[in-house]
Design a protein around this ligand. Structure first.
Ligand code: NAP
Length: 294
């Protein structure tokens, strides 16, 4: 059989818009493969692989940043008007590049509330929250951009340095119990690894423009919290019923509890053959524990 795989090599140059938690992890993973990966931030940084981009004050990267770019990943959320910050400021510039691939990190919030049912890429989006409507609008802007775009819909992102373990340590946690409520999640390493897998195998695999990236086991938040306390060797405080807890929750925290869905990864993991590094929160939290202990 002919090998059509397209390895990521030193000839590639990646621009990552939004070098936050996922963007920075992705950039580091790409550099390990020998490619250049520059990541944006809104403030000046001493990091040699970083560049400035801020859609709000019109800080646009200088021309040299775009020279030789082959791949782009955007990890920036929608602006307050529901426009995509990268397309709003840089669409014309980007369209003139010889790009092999463009990726956009979106959210599974676009599916809305399915009362605990599984959601698949083929399902019609049905955003419940205004922020998810804005997100859907950005997805559409990318799809209509004529760029070689692939969209990744993500549930709650966690990883070393940003997990339930840190939330317990910094006491930013409430043990809330809501019957039948589940959440889906993804370890940051699987976001980076799945995207790299799809880029490297893009000539071998059917192309799908929208892909969910989630782990195998959506479950209640309390299950995750209980396990995190166990890993830390601490006793979990008494749980609070959601109806009682909700009056003290911020509007944004309350909004997360209004949606209940299980995110399917069948397309990514069964059809396209990606093998998760962290199949569930237990495997993922054990990985995060290493950082806590170091
Ligand atoms: N966190 C989650 O659980 C979750 C779940 C699903 C989807 N998502 C989405 O997935 C993407 C990545 O998530 P993340 O948690 O890794 O993101 P993150 O750590 O919050 O990083 C966001 C990045 O976007 C940059 N940014 C924000 N507004 C900007 C603007 N107006 N102009 C230029 N840059 C701007 C930030 O710049 P600075 O570095 O200067 O701050 C940062 O680098 C985001 O779109 C997020 O909304 C997140």
């Amino acid at each position: 059989m002919t090998d059509l795989s397209s390895p990521i090599t030193a000839k590639n140059k990646f621009l990552i818009f939004g070098g936050g938690f996922s963007g920075d992890y992705f950039a580091k993973s790409i550099r390990k493969l020998g490619s250049i990966a520059l990541a944006s931030s809104r403030s000046i940084s001493n990091e040699p692989n970083s560049f400035i981009f801020n859609s709000e004050d019109n800080s646009i990267p200088e021309d040299s940043i775009f020279e030789g770019v082959t791949h782009i990943l955007s990890c920036i959320p929608p602006d307050k008007n529901g426009n995509d910050p990268v397309l709003k400021r840089l669409k014309n510039k980007i369209k003139n590049l010889s790009l092999t691939w463009v990726g956009y990190l979106s959210t599974t919030g676009v599916y809305g509330n399915t009362y605990g049912d599984w959601v698949y890429e083929k399902d019609q989006p049905n955003p419940l929250q205004e922020r998810s409507q804005r997100r859907l609008n950005c997805e559409r802007e990318w799809i209509n951009s004529d760029l070689p775009i692939q969209i990744f819909r993500l549930p709650g992102i966690y990883g070393p340095g940003r997990s339930t373990l840190e939330a317990i340590k910094t006491k930013k946690i409430k043990v809330i119990d809501k019957e039948n409520q589940v959440f889906s999640r993804i370890h940051v390493a699987d976001i980076a690894n799945a995207i790299i897998y799809l880029i490297q195998n893009k000539n071998n695999l059917d192309f799908h423009q929208i892909i969910n990236v989630a782990d195998d086991e959506p479950c209640s938040q309390i299950e995750v919290i209980r396990y995190a306390y166990q890993l830390l060797g601490l006793e979990m405080p008494k749980k609070i019923l959601f109806e009682e807890a909700k009056k003290d929750l911020s509007p944004i925290a309350q909004s997360f509890w209004k949606e209940n869905r299980r995110v399917s990864n069948k397309l990514l993991c069964e059809k396209l053959g990606y093998k998760l590094i962290y199949k569930n929160y237990k495997a993922g939290l054990n990985n995060c524990l290493i950082k806590i202990k170091s």
